[in-house]
Design a protein around this ligand. Structure first.
Ligand SMILES: Cc1cc2nc3c(=O)[nH]c(=O)nc-3n(C[C@H](O)[C@H](O)[C@H](O)COP(=O)(O)OP(=O)(O)OC[C@H]3O[C@@H](n4cnc5c(N)ncnc54)[C@H](O)[C@@H]3O)c2cc1C
Ligand SMILES: NC(=O)c1ccc[n+]([C@@H]2O[C@H](COP(=O)([O-])OP(=O)(O)OC[C@H]3O[C@@H](n4cnc5c(N)ncnc54)[C@H](OP(=O)(O)O)[C@@H]3O)[C@@H](O)[C@H]2O)c1
Length: 493
């Protein structure tokens, strides 16, 4: 394949994926060699790098503090009434793009009145809540060029080997500050469109929010290449359930998606239904079970990665049910596939995952497409979860799923820097397409396509992940069954 010659790069999203990409690009020399782990390049290959971040600060999921402001609990009723609320483009639509952007620039944007609904439907709040600690050992929730801080390796810490979310956030904040990454980040800036123009450049349409003045500033800007690092735990997956939209109308305030969970007090003495059977499910159950009046869990299949979750969901304090078949929206009765039914729920939490979603991208520009949108979708058209097969000037960082996700992010970002600097080349398009087909056969045409396991016998330090899994299970039972006070698992100020 011909070598690429990229000079300007836009990064969409400044979470860990965007930050790792920015760091790699700033450390890439003109000749494609790298200064990673040392100073930024003094003879850089990439002349202009801009990271666009829709929130008011960088850090992605880990930028939740200090307010923990939640998103809407559930999409607005008119969107539920479409009965297509399981389609991410319905609940996360493109805003109306104002006219007159042809000559609008970052310096001279077009100003329009704030569109409050567009802001709400960005779903940009983080799913992190005040009591949360990480679920992957601290060694692995950092990039390899950052410190493995000795204070976090103390086995006497109750949450060892994990971090309080404030510690994880602090780690990223220190990285951003030390590397002066904000010099290249534009906050409050949502990329609403990315299209390929006839001159081979990417034209980005950006909405910059000025919430204090209730204004929006729109402009366009061209780049040679774009990295999509918008995360995939932002847009809630609300599964389609017969009767759910009408139930929400008749019983307002009951339904909630997991990313809005903030505090166990809301569930005190309540009858609660928790839908789902994965990590968020047990994570929330451990706080809700000790305070609620009654807790029912409705789940679909088993958890294939962390088997302890399957036992954890049928343990003390939880009444297990099958999938929800339908809801009677008048009586509020829920009918389950196992033939049973229940009603009178005060609170329902959908721990049903999230969508991959790229509303700003046309499938024609880059060939990247989400297949079967749900919590189990696959992103089609990517080589090693990273390069668009159709157009190598489009890359994604953060699509892979793994307990080692900081490292899959780092690997993708390094690969992109290598190829875009011209130091490395990609195989032919045909070979990349073939890789995708082989991978589908080896894994599946769904989320498991993107899954990378940590279970490699020849990597001794990966046993730490298993140690983490065991400790996570112990913490779960301790918190849920009341033998470990929650106060011992939160950061003491
Ligand atoms: C509740 C919860 C707990 C988690 N706990 C762990 C854990 O313990 N350990 C672990 O390793 N991982 C954990 N994760 C996974 C977590 O997502 C990753 O750690 C990491 O944040 C992924 O980084 P990212 O950059 O890919 O995505 P994100 O962190 O989601 O960052 C994406 C960024 O892109 C921005 N963005 C999106 N669209 C646009 C746009 N159009 N324009 C501009 N900006 C945009 C978003 O605002 C966001 O800041 C957790 C996830 C959740 C939801
Ligand atoms: N640090 C922490 O402690 C922490 C806490 C929470 C989350 N996280 C992270 O956040 C990420 C997302 O995890 P997640 O648990 O929110 O999402 P997830 O892993 O995608 O799980 C979604 C769950 O919802 C279920 N589901 C989907 N549709 C359903 C339906 N119609 N009926 C019943 N069940 C349905 C799925 O079942 P199927 O399996 O059958 O599809 C699955 O069990 C993970 O990376 C996780 O590690 C971390």
């Amino acid at each position: 394949m011909t070598k690429l010659d990229i000079e300007s790069i836009a990064i969409i999203g400044a979470g860990p994926g965007g930050l790792a990409s920015l760091y790699e690009f700033l450390h890439t020399n003109q000749d494609g060699t790298s200064t990673v782990g040392e100073h930024q390049s003094t003879n850089p290959k990439f002349k202009k790098i801009v990271a666009f971040e829709q929130k008011d600060k960088a850090g992605g999921i880990w930028s939740a503090q200090p307010t923990f402001e939640p998103d809407l609990a559930i999409p607005p009723q008119d969107l539920l009434d479409t009965e297509k609320y399981n389609d991410p483009s319905v609940i996360h639509p493109l805003p109306k793009i104002p006219t007159g952007l042809e000559h609008a620039t970052f310096e001279k944007p077009v100003e329009v009145k704030e569109d409050k609904l567009s802001n709400e439907l960005e779903w940009k709040a983080s799913g992190i809540f005040p009591d949360l600690f990480t679920n992957i050992p601290s060694r692995f929730t950092r990039f390899s060029y950052l410190d493995n801080e000795p204070e976090y390796l103390d086995e006497k810490r109750i949450i060892y080997p994990f971090l309080h979310h404030q510690e994880q956030t602090g780690r990223l904040e220190k990285f951003i500050k030390n590397e002066k990454l904000y010099d290249h980040i534009r906050v409050n800036s949502t990329v609403e469109q990315a299209t390929k123009t006839s001159d081979g450049k990417w034209l980005l349409t950006v909405r910059q929010k000025d919430t204090t003045n209730h204004k929006e500033h729109w402009y366009t800007e061209k780049f040679d290449a774009i990295v999509i690092s918008n995360g995939h735990y932002t847009v809630p997956n609300i599964p389609h359930i017969d009767g759910l939209a009408q139930f929400n109308k008749n019983f307002p305030g009951v339904l909630n998606h997991t990313k809005n969970y903030r505090n166990q007090d809301e569930y005190k003495d309540k009858k609660v239904l928790i839908v789902g059977g994965s990590i968020s499910t047990v994570n929330i159950l451990q706080y809700v079970v000790p305070v609620a009046k009654q807790v029912i869990n409705s789940k679909r299949g088993p958890h294939y990665v962390f088997e302890w979750i399957n036992d954890g969901l049928v343990s003390k304090g939880i009444e297990p049910k099958g999938t929800i078949k339908k809801i009677d929206p008048v009586s509020g009765e829920f009918f389950f596939e196992d033939g049973s039914s229940e009603q009178g729920f005060d609170k329902i939490i959908l721990t049903t995952g999230y969508h991959y979603h790229y509303p700003f991208l046309n499938h024609e520009d880059g060939g990247v497409k989400v297949i079967n949108p749900s919590n189990l979708s696959r992103v089609g058209g990517l080589y090693y979860d990273t390069f668009s097969v159709e157009d190598p000037t489009l890359a994604t960082v953060g699509v892979a799923v793994s307990p080692l996700n900081f490292h899959t992010i780092e690997a993708s970002a390094a690969a992109v820097a290598g190829v875009w600097s011209g130091k490395k080349t990609l195989p032919t398009k045909q070979e990349q397409l073939q890789w995708e087909q082989v991978q589908i056969k080896k894994t599946a045409d769904n989320l498991f396509f993107h899954y990378y396991t940590h279970k490699k016998k020849d990597e001794p330090h990966l046993v730490e992940i298993e140690l983490g899994v065991n400790n996570l299970e112990k913490l779960y039972y301790g918190l849920k069954d009341g033998t470990l006070p929650k106060s011992k698992t939160v950061l003491q100020s």
